[in-house]
Design a protein around this ligand. Structure first.
Ligand SMILES: *Cc1c(COP(=O)(O)O)cnc(C)c1O
Length: 360
């Protein structure tokens, strides 16, 4: 037998891990710097680590109260009803929840190109079809209402990423409002704020009070440093928030994830330090890297280096892992995650050497 026709589906290729690369190159993993997956430079919140240790003894029970407590904490943080918080197994899991709630077979969605690969994957898993809007490099990947509306054709979900991965560009609240206004009443405008903590500009949260057709995506993977526990959520308008109960898997976030999330939410020091250091690193990379870079509101910087695959590979041989953006359709660009001061300075020095050699 065979599964259903999956020929339109693509396989997600994550940035490679340190152990994997170190083993292959015969390097010491402790000597390597990984700035390829936009992970937190300081690791997880120490309070979250402690919470996971403490909750290890409770792993035999379903995460009933921790799930409810986390939803409650997030609802209060966002001044929303608990029903409006849709927890998922990572932001990716929350994207699945939204696709499951919204898409009928054959419904179309609109995703950015270049952009985050999982939007299209999730839509296809849920029998959706995928169209793209283009962010133009010639225009510095500007994200305006017009960027999206010129390619909009009645899709059921429009995915916006602000700050955008991998370019770092943002949408203004006004642009999102215009997109929501100009698209059909039955079109959901999803604003992915996976990097929202790192941006100076405010969340698009106020739009959820104005409209029924805008939702947000947030994650614990980036600023909170919990990519490994898989915890994220959608914040949806009150009007249809009760749909979650009908499409959700029972306990979509684990006991460990919920405990870690609760602890991380209370760890302002960790988040503040991560956000401040990312702001410093963005500037540093911008100023010191021997390549053109784009302004970024996230914890990463996109840089134009010529042959990205060659630069990324040569840097990796020197123990610095960055993201070759060929898979985003940008074979001349790398994406460098903001590291600690030490790691960022080291990475930029290595990259500058490598860029010079590859260009020569
Ligand atoms: C990292 C990321 C997410 C969410 O990742 P999870 O680890 O699944 O929470 C969502 N959108 C973008 C653009 C991202 O870069």
């Amino acid at each position: 037998m065979q599964p259903r026709d999956l020929s339109a589906h693509t396989v997600y290729r994550a940035g490679r891990g340190i152990e994997e690369v170190a083993r292959e190159l015969g390097l010491d993993p402790d000597e390597m710097v990984k700035l390829a997956s936009n992970e937190n430079m300081f690791g997880p919140s120490p309070l979250a680590v402690e919470a996971i240790r403490d909750s290890a003894e409770r792993m035999h029970s379903y995460p009933k109260s921790s799930h409810a407590d986390l939803v409650e904490a997030l609802a209060s943080m966002w001044d929303a009803d608990p029903e409006q918080v849709w927890l998922g197994n990572g932001g990716d899991g929350a994207l699945d929840c939204l696709a499951r709630a919204m898409l009928e077979p054959g419904d179309e969605v609109l995703v950015p190109k270049p952009g985050f690969a999982y939007y299209a994957m999730s839509a296809r898993y849920h029998h959706g079809e995928v169209n793209e809007y283009t962010l133009s490099k010639a225009d510095d990947f500007a994200q305006t209402a017009e960027t999206v509306l010129k390619d909009y054709d009645g899709e059921r979900i429009v995915y916006l990423t602000s700050p955008h991965n991998p370019t770092g560009a943002e949408f203004t609240t006004e642009a999102v409002r215009t997109i929501a206004e100009e698209t059909d009443e039955e079109t959901l405008v999803l604003v992915d704020e996976a990097y929202g903590e790192f941006a100076d500009s405010p969340s698009k949260r106020p739009l959820l009070d104005e409209r029924e057709d805008v939702a947000l995506l947030r994650t614990f993977s980036k600023a909170y440093g919990l990519a490994g526990v898989r915890l994220g959520y959608a914040l949806v308008p009150e009007e249809w928030a009760d749909a979650y109960a009908r499409i959700n898997t029972p306990f979509s976030a684990s006991e460990l994830a919920c405990r870690a999330g609760l602890a991380a939410l209370s760890d302002d020091d960790h988040v503040d330090r991560s956000v401040e250091t990312a702001a410093w690193a963005r500037e540093y990379i911008h100023d010191e890297l021997a390549a053109d870079t784009w302004d970024s509101a996230g914890n990463f910087v996109l840089a134009e280096v010529g042959d990205a695959a060659a630069v990324a590979e040569a840097a990796q041989e020197q123990g610095v892992i960055v993201r070759d953006c060929s898979s985003f359709g940008l074979p001349e660009c790398i994406r460098i995650t903001c590291g600690t001061e030490e790691d960022t300075e080291h990475a930029v020095a290595v990259l500058n050497d490598v860029i010079e050699v590859v260009e020569a």
